[in-house]
Design a protein around this ligand. Structure first.
Ligand code: MG
Length: 234
């Protein structure tokens, strides 16, 4: 892919397994909140009950649905209000819960080969990141290989909307066809990039059989495969 001059990467489930880090962070958050509140307030707290409240919040506030930080905070506020806390106490606890969650959520384990691959690629290409999540890439060791990381919470709409891709292209100083986007989500990453005229690699993280046709230029199951793909003619 000789025409490629820059690369953009999705983060969650492309560079690391997200569920593991989120679940771990939720456990630490719950334990911390238990230490701060009357026992009854957290007695029913579980993944399921927390997600049920979150679903309510997202349904009531579609305008904040793409901002995972605000959604998580509002979910915690509602949780504690439901337990009888005042708005101000609920907000303090939500802020404290989010702080602990966010710190833990950044402790990710890159998939095997990720660090080595990014190190090699970053010598030949500028790399950017585009995430619909709230991973703080530039604060992680992996951030050293990237020029920037865009989070959907700072944009009007998340991927597959073109806004984040367009900002990345602008910062990288390349035309859409000169940029290759790599991501695990067919709609957000592959279709999002392709509809702007970018090239796209589908990272089929779990080597699953897709139900739909995937309009990617290439499909990979290991990030290392990118190195060979980029050397191919065309
Ligand atoms: Mg992803």
């Amino acid at each position: 892919m000789k025409s490629i001059r820059a690369l953009t990467f999705d983060l969650d489930n492309t560079l690391w397994e997200t569920d593991v880090s989120i679940l771990g962070a939720e456990d630490v958050m719950a334990a911390h909140l238990r230490s701060l509140t009357p026992a009854a307030w957290m007695a029913d707290f579980s993944l399921e009950t927390f997600r049920a409240v979150r679903k309510q919040i997202v349904e009531e506030r579609p305008d904040i649905a793409h901002n995972l930080t605000v959604v998580r905070r509002e979910t915690l506020v509602r949780w504690f209000e439901n337990q009888g806390a005042t708005r101000s106490v609920a907000e303090d606890l939500a802020g404290e819960g989010f702080r602990v969650f966010y710190e833990e959520r950044q402790k990710v384990n890159p998939y095997p080969g990720t660090v080595e691959t990014l190190e090699i690629l970053s010598k030949d290409y500028p790399l950017g990141a585009i995430t619909n999540g709230n991973a703080d890439l530039m604060a992680m060791p992996l951030g050293q290989y990237f020029q920037f990381s865009l989070q959907s919470q700072h944009f009007p709409k998340p991927k597959p909307d073109p806004a984040m891709f367009e900002e990345a292209l602008k910062r990288l100083g390349v035309e859409p066809h000169e940029c290759l986007h790599i991501g695990d989500d067919i709609e957000h990453d592959v279709i999002g990039a392709k509809q702007l005229g970018m090239k796209a690699v589908w990272f089929n993280t779990h080597a699953r059989i897709p139900e739909e046709e995937v309009p990617a230029d290439h499909t990979i199951t290991k990030l290392q495969e990118l190195i060979g793909i980029l050397k191919q003619p065309g």
